[in-house]
Design a protein around this ligand. Structure first.
Ligand SMILES: *Cc1c(COP(=O)(O)O)cnc(C)c1O
Length: 404
């Protein structure tokens, strides 16, 4: 059997739809954020990255770099094992204490990524709590969906950010089964923010636990970067808060925080926590430094917000429709995968602007878009350059000016 023929048939179908993924080969340059080299056919071109999830440029923050370098010198490269067998390092426990404090919880548990933390925590909760039903927002991230699927627990999907629908779904469930309401704070593709307070109130009314993914909130919202739930004064009322160390904190890793019993439960039963090598201690040290810095510094957050506002205002002036939301994410809808890629290619080659075309299955078909994430390190000149590029493109091509 020729397996490559089978593989290629499906890849060709993806290409025909315009949904095949091309990765930009970047070379990040420390100290130059958001500039990077773009490798194409043996050449390297300077580009400005407009779609990084290193939202605040913390991956190139000198304090974070120093923490990682010093920790590598002190501890070496790897952790030396799984958390169970010789891999638990002092730096992991210091980081878990920092995370518990960030979210005002008794405990925290570290994973190799945010994806793994969602997958492991939800699959363990759903599988181990007898008769558990997971009530999941329709817009939830793939890592939550996969975790729920793997748990084999009953799943009920509620309409995205629709509290009335959530209540109807909870009401329909037997009173005595354990229920988990799983949702996110900032949804990363539309940049919309969940009505956390109402969700928590409904969940409390029906005795459900709340599972909140703050991946796009941590570091960015709240007086100490604890996320949208911190900003809203709601952290204490949420059972489990999950986050990443790979986005605003600029390193890598994921975590959950909650009660001591909850974290001990996941620690003891989650395959995705137990049977994998622990993160390098130097990664933990760098992440802890990044969190500690953003707990006491608002400078990066305020500057980011200023640049986000400037980009939105500029798009408005240019008549380029973008999705309104209360977050740091600026989606410009193109609504066609081929067009989206053409525009992104043109921005890259003609203007030195890198923004990844977002297509299916990351977003539903017909909602393809460009997703801009201005950082505190994008200058006013960078924004002006981007607006010039988009304006000239919108003039040349028949791209809709209709509001998304
Ligand atoms: C990126 C993302 C994750 C996964 O986090 P990683 O640390 O990148 O694995 C989880 N949830 C949401 C909503 C995300 O966007």
């Amino acid at each position: 059997m020729n397996f490559d023929t089978l593989f290629n048939a499906q890849l060709d179908a993806l290409k025909k739809e315009g949904n095949y993924r091309y990765f930009a080969e970047l070379e990040r340059k420390c100290g130059k954020f958001p500039r990077a080299g773009n490798h194409v056919d043996g050449e390297v071109n300077d580009v400005t990255v407009w779609c990084s999830n290193d939202y605040l440029g913390m991956g190139q923050n000198q304090l974070v770099i120093d923490a990682m370098c010093k920790a590598v010198q002190r501890t070496g490269t790897g952790a030396g094992g799984t958390r169970n067998i010789s891999g638990t390092n002092h730096d992991h426990l210091l980081l878990e204490a920092e995370l518990a404090d960030l979210h005002n919880k008794e405990a925290a548990l570290l994973f190799t990524s945010g994806y793994v933390s969602n997958w492991a925590a939800l699959s363990t909760l759903g599988a181990r709590l007898k008769n558990c039903v997971i009530v999941s927002d329709a817009g939830n991230h793939a890592s939550m969906i996969e975790g729920i699927r793997h748990s084999r627990a009953d799943k009920v999907i509620w309409k995205h950010n629709d509290v009335a629908d959530l209540e109807a779904k909870l009401k329909a469930l037997p009173a005595d089964v354990p229920k988990i309401v799983a949702f996110e704070s900032v949804y990363s593709m539309d940049g919309d923010i969940a009505p956390i307070r109402q969700i928590v109130e409904v969940a409390e009314k029906y005795g459900a636990m709340t599972y909140l993914d703050e991946v796009h909130g941590v570091g960015l919202y709240g007086p100490r970067g604890g996320g949208v739930a911190e900003q809203e004064g709601l952290m204490e009322r949420i059972t489990l808060i999950e986050g990443t160390l790979g986005k605003a904190y600029g390193v890598v890793g994921g975590y959950i925080t909650g009660s001591a019993a909850l974290c001990d439960f996941i620690r003891s039963f989650a395959s995705g926590f137990i049977f994998t090598t622990a993160l390098p201690p130097a990664v933990a040290a760098a992440a802890r430094t990044s969190i500690a810095h953003l707990k006491q510094s608002d400078t990066e957050r305020l500057q980011q917000r200023a640049q986000v506002a400037k980009l939105r205002a500029g798009l408005d002036r240019a008549g380029i429709p973008h999705m309104a939301n209360d977050s740091h994410i600026v989606p410009v809808m193109i609504k066609d995968p081929v067009k989206t890629k053409m525009i992104a290619d043109y921005l890259m080659t003609e203007w030195g602007i890198y923004v990844q075309p977002i297509n299916y299955p990351t977003v539903p078909k017909g909602t393809e878009r460009l997703r801009f994430t201005p950082s505190p390190l994008h200058t006013d000149a960078d924004i002006a350059h981007l607006l010039n590029a988009l304006t000239s493109l919108w003039k040349q091509c028949a791209i809709s000016h209709a509001v998304a």
